[in-house]
Structure formats: C-alpha cells, structure tokens
Write a protein that binds this ligand. Sequence first.
Ligand SMILES: [Zn+2]
Length: 226
Amino acid sequence: MGIGARLNWLRAGVLGANDGIVSIATLVVGVAGATASVGALATAGVAGLVGGAISMALGEYVSVSSQRDSEKALIAKERHELTEMPEEELAELTQLYRARGLSAETASRVAEELTAHDALAAHLEVELHIDPNDLVNPWHAALSSALSFTIGALLPLLAILLTPAEVRVPVTFAVVLLALAVTGTISAKVGSSRVGRAVTRLIVGGGLALLVTWLLGTLLGATGVF
Ligand SMILES: [Zn+2]
C-alpha cells in the first residue's frame, strides 16, 4: 500500500473515531441530564454504539462499492480499446507523455516500451490514475470504519458508566474534549495543517454539542413527562 493510501486509511479512521466520540457522548450526556439510572445510560449508549457502527459500515460499503464499480468499468473499457484500436491507444499514450514534458522521440520510445511490457497498466496509470492492485475492498472499508467508530464511542460510554453519579457528566465532558484534542492533532498532522486550529474547531464544536444535548436532557428530565 502506498503512502497516499495509508494516509487515506488513517484519515478515515480518525473521522470514524470522531463520529463515535461525539455522537455517543452527546447521546449519553443527554440521557444523564434526564436520569441517573445506569441501566438507561447503558441501554442508550450500547444501542447508539451498535446502530452507529452499522450505519457507518453500511455508508462506507455503499460508497466504496460504487467507486470500485466505476473503476472496474473504466478498466474494462480501456482493455477493450487496447484490443480494438492498439494504434490509436499507442498514439494516445505517446501524447500523454509529451504533455508531461517528454520530447517527441522520448515519449514515443517510452510509450512503445511500456506498451510492449504491460499496455493496460501503462494506460491505467497515466490516463486514468488507477492502480488495479490498489482498489479498496468495500468490506475492509466497512469493517474499519465500524471499528474506528466503536473505538471512539467506547471512550464516552465507559467514562459515563464507570464514574460515580455526581461526577459522571463533567468527567465525560473532560474525556471527550481530551479525545477530540488527540484526534484533532492526528488529523491536522495527516493533512499537514495547523494543529491549533483543527483542535480548536473540534473542541468548540464537540463541547457545544455536549452542552446542548445535556441541557436538553436536563430540561426533558425536569418536565417529569418521561
Ligand atoms: Zn488508453
């Protein structure tokens, strides 16, 4: 796997973890605003975790599958063109190398040698930028996004279930903000952007989401309707 592909996996993993952290934290903090029942917290948290992980996996499976289908269609079309009109395809490859800055002579030599070696691979690389050995498996993508969501979700879930009732909510707030600082730092490093800005955005956004759902839960709990 190339470095670009590896960075994409890392980026997807961090995004999945962020989703798990924020969605499950807001869920359990909202419930904790309404009730002190550990049973209710555990039920809501576990249901949210499982539902969220499945939804992430499904979304990822569908999106990677359709991307893969279109890549496979392009590969089939290219293979067909190479058998039907090899002359035109050679000229096309030569032209692509000329456009990259090679002289006419060098471009035609490179195109001829690559065509003799593996014409399809050469066209896929230069023309379509596809590496047929590097197509993402939709099952892998689905599994890894469900896994990263679950890892993220476990942080607020364990924080709220394992701490005494009086400090439950503040401890969960702290754990979530700390976790978001870590994921924000990783994603900023991966995207080589400024760490401070990425972390601030995540912490402000996540903190606001927690505050809103906790207040909402407290209000709903105080009405006594439920
Ligand atoms: Zn071609």
